[in-house]
Write a protein that binds this ligand. Structure first.
Ligand code: SF4
Length: 232
C-alpha cells in the first residue's frame, strides 16, 4: 500500500470511529455541562483503584470531586501537581487499559467514569486562562542543574526543580522541545500544536533555559557538564 492509500485507509478507520480525517480529533472535549454530569458518576472511592492504575498517581477522585463542586482550577492543580504534562496525558494516555479499566463502575452493567476527558476538561480550562503560572518558585538556591533532552522526562524534571528554586539548563539535540509529545504522538491526539503550547506553559514558571541543537557527546561532554553544574 502506498502512502496515499495508507492515509486514505487510516482516514476511513478514523471516520468509522467518529473523526473526519487523520488531523481531526478522535474524541471531542467535554463542555461544562457534560463535565459536571460525568463527574457526578464518580463514587469518590476510598482506596480508589483508578489511582493505583495511573502511572503518575494522580489523585483522580479528588480532581473529579473538585470539578463536580465547580472548582475546576483546583482540579487542574491537583492533576498538574502530580504530572505537569497532564494535558498531554489526557489526550494520549490509553486510559481504557489504565484508570478507566480499573474504575469500579467498569463492569458488565455499566461504563467507567470518563477520567481522561475530565482530566482534559480541567487542564484545558487552566491553560486557557491568562494569568500567573499556577506554580510558584521557591527562593533561589543558587544551584544550576543540567538536563539532557527536552522530552517529557526532562521537561517534567526541569519544572519540578524550578519550583524548588533551582535554575535549569536543558540541552536538546533537536530544534524543538517536547520529544515524544512533539514528534511521536498521532496527529489526531495532539491537534492545535498542543505539545508546543504545553512546553510554553511549562517554561512560564521561569528559571528554565533550553539550548537547542546541542547533543551530548558531540557538542558537549559529560566532563564539561560535571565541571559546570551542581547536578546533571
Ligand atoms: S474507581 Fe471510578 S468511581 Fe471510583 S474514584 Fe475512581 S473514577 Fe471514581
Amino acid at each position: 500500500m502506498n502512502h496515499k492509500n495508507h492515509r486514505a485507509a487510516h482516514n476511513k478507520i478514523l471516520a468509522d470511529q467518529g473523526a473526519n480525517s487523520f488531523f481531526d480529533e478522535l474524541h471531542s472535549p467535554l463542555n461544562k455541562a457534560m463535565a459536571l454530569k460525568e463527574a457526578d458518576h464518580c463514587l469518590y472511592c476510598y482506596d480508589a483503584p483508578c489511582i493505583q492504575a495511573c502511572p503518575t498517581s494522580i489523585d483522580i477522585p479528588t480532581f473529579i470531586h473538585q470539578i463536580k463542586t465547580g472548582n475546576v482550577m483546583g482540579a487542574a492543580h491537583t492533576i498538574l501537581n502530580e504530572n505537569i504534562m497532564g494535558g498531554t496525558c489526557a489526550r494520549a494516555c490509553p486510559t481504557e487499559v489504565l484508570c478507566e479499566q480499573a474504575c469500579v463502575l467498569n463492569d458488565d452493567a455499566g461504563k467507567p467514569v470518563e477520567i481522561g476527558l475530565l482530566q482534559r476538561f480541567a487542564t484545558d480550562h487552566l491553560m486557557a486562562k491568562a494569568g500567573p503560572h499556577p506554580f510558584r518558585r521557591a527562593a533561589q538556591t543558587g544551584r544550576t542543574i543540567a538536563v539532557i533532552g527536552a522530552g517529557p522526562a526532562g521537561l517534567s524534571f526541569a519544572h519540578r526543580a524550578a519550583v524548588l528554586g533551582h535554575d535549569i539548563h536543558i540541552y536538546e539535540a533537536r530544534d524543538k522541545a517536547g520529544g515524544l509529545n512533539e514528534y511521536g504522538l498521532a496527529a489526531y491526539k495532539m491537534v492545535d500544536d498542543f505539545a508546543a503550547r504545553e512546553v510554553d506553559f511549562i517554561l512560564d514558571i521561569g528559571g528554565i533555559e533550553i539550548f537547542y541543537g546541542t547533543s551530548l557527546g558531540q557538542d558537549l561532554s559529560l566532563n564539561d557538564l560535571q565541571e559546570k553544574y551542581a547536578a546533571i
